[in-house]
Design a protein around this ligand. Structure first.
Ligand SMILES: N[C@H](CCC[C@H](N)C(=O)O)C(=O)O
Length: 280
């Protein structure tokens, strides 16, 4: 089976083109190939499938084999993949995901000769969902905005937001030095989140810049999370800590997120990089 390794700000995935390959048990394959010692090594597996309702469909699995409804870094690389390999000549694409259809705009950038590779992609990530029961999160309030949640005897004020997948955003003074291996799992598996949760620790540097570290549902700490960056933006605005356009500084690189007033949708822009092709 042929695969491609791609990454967006260090959030790396194995891509299989299911228009040409057959994958029978994707959850088992995701676990095996994501292993960074016994497999290829990645934050998960992304299958590219045909779609009747869109140009292509993205089926995403975390490193533990669980499904992710949406993947912001992953979908940018999928857009690059299908364009660079001639599966489409369109630079604006609709992609069917587990969270609905998402619209991409592909850029080569001035520095790349015309017809060159795609380097940057803008994704319309849709509208953030704030109703707690749709995240889903269990809360006595309609929305979980900076609500203290007890974890290991300590209360963490969390803002729960869905970008199609569940996120808990915790604003903190300093993200560097946080022990995510210790803090991540008890929040990911906390009873307040029936479908588990992705956890973002966010340090507001100014109203246009947030430094973020992420513990991802199903993958552990990753170098970046696209849906997480959008959840941090929405939480920053809701808590009046940021403006509606922010640079999200993650370990793996920077993402630009903008929450549009007119449509209520969040636009996410960032790099998409091909690393290598291989066979298993
Ligand atoms: N771990 C996430 C899926 C991947 C999201 C992230 N890698 C992104 O770029 O949005 C989940 O289980 O919902």
């Amino acid at each position: 089976m042929r695969f491609s390794k791609m990454q967006g700000t260090g959030n790396d995935y194995i891509y299989v083109n299911c228009l040409e390959e057959t994958v029978n048990e994707p959850d088992i394959l995701a676990r095996r190939l994501s292993d960074r010692h016994f497999g290829v090594g990645a934050d998960g597996l992304i299958l590219i499938r045909p779609s009747r309702r869109a140009d292509f469909a993205m089926e995403m699995y975390n490193a533990d084999g669980s499904r992710g409804e949406m993947c912001g870094n992953g979908i940018r690389c999928l857009g690059k993949y299908v364009y660079d390999r001639g599966l489409t000549d369109k630079r604006e694409l609709d992609i069917q995901t587990g969270a609905g259809i998402r619209h991409l705009r592909l850029f080569a950038g001035e520095e790349v000769p015309a017809g060159g590779e795609i380097r940057m992609v803008e994704v319309n990530m849709g509208k953030p969902v704030l109703e707690a029961d749709q995240v889903p999160a269990i809360s006595e309030h309609t929305c979980m905005i900076r609500e203290p949640v007890r974890v290991g005897g300590v209360e963490y004020p969390m803002t729960a937001i869905s970008m199609g997948n569940p996120h808990a955003v915790i604003f903190t003074g300093r993200v560097r030095g946080l022990d995510l291996q210790r803090l991540g799992p008890p929040i990911e598996y906390h009873g307040r989140f029936p479908r588990r949760v992705n956890v973002e620790f966010a340090q507001v540097e100014d109203r246009g810049t947030v430094r973020v570290r992420v513990w991802e549902r199903g993958s552990g700490e990753t170098l970046s999370c696209g849906t997480g960056a959008c959840a941090v933006l929405a939480a920053g605005v809701l808590n009046d800590l940021t403006d509606r356009q922010v640079t999200v500084k993650l370990i793996g690189g920077d993402l630009l997120a903008q929450w549009r007033e007119d449509t209520g949708e969040i636009l996410l822009t960032g790099p998409a990089v091909h690393v290598f092709d291989g066979e298993v």
